[in-house]
Design a protein around this ligand. Structure first.
Ligand code: NAD
Ligand code: TYD
Length: 376
């Protein structure tokens, strides 16, 4: 198979590209990425010269380029991750989100459709897999602020923390109700993907995943931002009261789910992906402080006073909690790591890769790409 992975230089995309390049030497993996501020080829250094890997710098909104890529590379499958992904940016600049997430997705869909329809076999053996988020479902209420044991058991949830902060969850059947420009743009792209199945018979799959964490996440998102700030003893801007709940999944567990679903998921289906791992932001911040302090041999809790409560995010969704039992039941997927293990690995990675962090926070890496591609 020749597989087009969009957004492969970003956080989740780089883990997906790495997994596919290493696991499937018989496939050709074409990573198409615009290299926005969030895209970074340093995320893929270890596999960049693999014989089954190719990088193409392109904007997914550029239909002509994407269409000709389908033709020249004879693409059989798409794993579509390219997107603008940060809620705070979407509040300041919603147009960029509509452009990339909606029009960009439509451009990749249309290119796939036209190319596949031109082949004798048509859609046979083809697959368009769209990666989406649980944020399209809106927000759940925080009905149990102290946390209760949820009615689920998974391997990763057998840790001590495992609590739910409400009685309801997001199911595959939950009605879409996005609140932020980011989630509205993702919801719109999901609808287009499903419309391409329903209208043209395109073999599509959509998954909606909870918050990811792990190596190579751009340090504007909660976990890498706060690890970096704790290390440098900078204030930790906790929005509102820090009571908001997110359901966290280690990024490699998401990549494993994507691999499984790409190969074995049923066409036209939706799968929720999540770790049954709800945490209040403030509790995560405390865990991060204790972990960083311990790994840097600082006194326990020395940095707790870095916590700084700031004005809440506009329209801040209170609680996300994904029910991923369908994926577990039908395809046997479950998260491999407990949160405490995943956080330990993640904090260690950021502390060991200060150079990567310095690079992406300085902005030098963007200038480097601009120069590198200026004459192409
Ligand atoms: P990211 O912001 O780290 O990476 C996005 C990548 O897309 C970057 O490499 C960027 O250069 C590229 N890109 C952006 N605009 C582009 C364009 N116009 N053309 C080509 N490439 C472009 O995002 P991420 O966190 O890795 O998320 C990847 C996908 O997974 C997104 O679709 C996101 O909505 C979804 N998702 C993310 C999470 C999460 O917690 N991070 C959870 C669920 C779903
Ligand atoms: P984020 O990592 O931006 O992911 P998302 O908004 O997609 O869930 O934020 C995770 C949670 O952390 C969210 O409730 C907002 C909160 N947050 C802060 O309190 N302070 C911060 O500086 C950031 C970036 C996020």
């Amino acid at each position: 198979m020749n597989i087009l992975i969009t957004g492969g230089a970003g956080f989740i995309g780089s883990h997906v590209v790495r997994l596919f390049v290493n696991k499937y030497p018989q496939y050709k993996i074409i990573n198409v990425d615009k290299l926005t501020y969030a895209g970074n080829l340093a995320n893929l250094r270890d596999i960049e010269s693999a014989p089954n890997y190719k990088f193409v710098r392109a904007d997914i909104c550029d239909f002509d380029t994407i269409y000709s890529l389908f033709q020249t590379e004879q693409i059989d499958g798409v794993i579509h991750l390219a997107a603008e992904s940060h809620v705070d940016r979407s509040i300041k600049d919603p147009f960029t989100f509509a452009r990339t997430n909606v029009m960009g997705t439509l451009s990749v869909l249309q290119a796939a459709k036209l190319y596949w329809e031109s082949l004798p076999e048509g859609f046979e053996g083809k697959r368009f897999y769209h990666i989406s988020t649980d944020e399209v479902y809106g927000a759940l209420e925080l009905t149990n602020p102290e946390g209760v044991k949820p009615p689920f058991t998974t391997k990763a949830s057998s840790g001590e923390h495992h609590l739910a902060y409400g009685t309801d969850f997001f199911y595959e059947t939950t009605k879409y109700n996005p609140h932020s420009p980011y989630s509205a743009s993702k919801a719109s792209s999901d609808h287009f993907v499903r419309a391409f199945h329903d209208t043209y018979g395109m073999p599509t799959i959509v998954t909606n995943c909870s918050n990811n964490y792990g190596p190579y996440q751009f340090p504007e998102k909660l976990i890498p931002l706060f690890i970096n700030n704790i290390r440098h003893r900078k204030p930790l801007p906790v929005y509102g009261k820090g009571e908001n709940v997110r359901d966290w999944l280690y990024v490699e567990d998401h990549a494993r789910a994507i691999d499984l679903i790409f190969h074995q998921g049923k066409v036209a289906e939706t799968y929720n992906i999540g770790g049954f791992n709800e945490w209040k932001n403030i509790d995560i911040v405390r865990v991060l402080i204790l972990t960083v302090d311990r790994l840097l041999s600082r006194a326990e809790g020395e940095d707790l006073d870095l916590i700084t409560y700031v004005t809440d995010r506009a329209g801040h969704d209170m609680r996300y909690a994904i029910d991923s039992t369908k994926l577990q039941r039908e395809l046997g997927w479950e998260p491999s790591l407990q949160f405490e293990q995943g956080i330990e690995k993640t904090v260690r990675w950021y502390l060991d890769n200060q150079e990567w962090l310095d690079n992406v926070t300085s902005g030098d890496y963007q200038l480097y790409y601009e120069k590198m591609y200026a004459n192409r």
